[in-house]
Design a protein around this ligand. Structure first.
Ligand code: PBG
Length: 327
């Protein structure tokens, strides 16, 4: 009862605020998305994602060393595939000397301890820009998951520690887990995009990978943002099928889902703060409307507070540099 209880006492100086703080953020919390391209000496800024780059493999090596040095220990790799190599079967996705497979090796050669996670989905390889094989304007589930499981094996063969299926086909986690087991990849993990909403926040990413769907949208496989309980079904199903980590995506507009699932499941939860979220803050900050560092930190804390165990974010390097500076 006031004045015996004054809530402001615990906010009266930074030392006491630090003592009572319920959530912490550190370099251990982050996974860094990396975009790789063919070529040499390329560090190309992505038009729709200011200050974020596509890397050729020669320069990637250096970047990975830099990430490791500042304390970032996990990367999630996406490959930008030349148009000429795209088809409706994901042929290039299975090329053992493909860009993704070489990128995995490059990172492992550069820093063997770096945790390499890879995107498993057909959209960067698809002439239709869809996450699966297309027939009569439909995205086929079962033939797609066969290709995805071969893709996962190909990544594991190249040295990936975790594969991250982002396609939202049904049953793909089980198919991938069985294939990995059968091939002896017992320690290769699956970080499944279990709860992936059909979101317009992916726009800048599709520009980065040139993977905008050629027809229609992704609503027949990605989730309807009007739904909440469905996320429990998706999570439980993937966990049962063998997912080691589940992803919720996008981030800031889905804090309720993170909070819900952190109570429903015991499997580690990653949140993916997606390209549109990154670009919104970057462009508002460039105009001077928002303070980049402060808004970024507020958002990252919100993910942890909601219950996420780890954060995939394009802000990772900036955030860790800022955290390191304040030590
Ligand atoms: C594709 C994939 C997407 C993202 C990650 N994997 C885009 C999509 O589903 O269209 C989005 C990431 C981002 O926006 O940052 N399988």
């Amino acid at each position: 009862m006031y004045p015996l209880n004054r809530n402001r006492r615990l906010r009266s100086c930074s030392a006491i605020r630090d003592l009572v703080r319920e959530t912490e953020l550190s370099n251990n919390d982050f996974i860094v998305p990396l975009f790789v391209v063919e070529g040499k000496n390329i560090k190309k800024e992505i038009l729709s994602m200011p200050d974020y780059y596509q890397w050729s493999l020669d320069l990637l090596e250096q970047e990975v060393k830099e990430l490791w040095k500042i304390g970032l220990k996990a990367v999630l790799v996406f490959a930008k595939i030349d148009d000429a190599l795209k088809d409706n079967k994901g042929t290039e996705a299975l090329n053992k000397d493909g860009l993704m497979q070489r990128a995995i090796k490059t990172i492992k050669n550069s820093i063997p301890e770096m945790l390499v996670m890879t995107d498993v989905a057909l959209d960067p390889y698809s002439s239709f820009g869809h996450d699966g094989i297309v027939e009569n304007y439909k995205i086929l589930n079962d033939s797609t998951i066969n290709v995805l499981s071969e893709m996962a094996i190909s990544h594991a063969n190249a040295g990936a520690n975790f594969v991250a299926p982002s396609d939202m086909m049904d049953g793909r986690v089980l198919k991938i887990r069985e294939a990995l087991e059968a091939q002896g990849f017992l320690d290769t993990g699956i970080m499944s995009y279990s709860i992936k909403y059909s979101s317009s926040f992916y726009g800048p990413f599709r520009n980065a990978l040139d993977s905008t769907p050629g027809f229609g949208d992704k609503k027949t496989y990605q989730m309807d943002y009007g739904n909440r309980k469905e996320s429990i079904n998706e999570a439980l199903k993937d966990i049962e099928e063998g997912a080691d980590i589940i992803i919720i995506k996008p981030g800031i507009t889905y804090l309720d889902i993170i909070s819900l699932l952190s109570q429903e499941v015991n499997t580690p939860i990653a949140v993916y703060q997606v390209s549109g979220e990154y670009s919104m803050l970057k462009s508002a900050a460039a105009k001077g409307f928002l303070d980049y560092d402060k808004v970024m930190m507020e958002e990252l804390f919100a993910f942890k507070r909601a219950g996420a165990n780890m954060i995939v974010t394009y802000h990772a390097k900036n955030a860790v540099n800022l955290l390191n500076k304040s030590l």
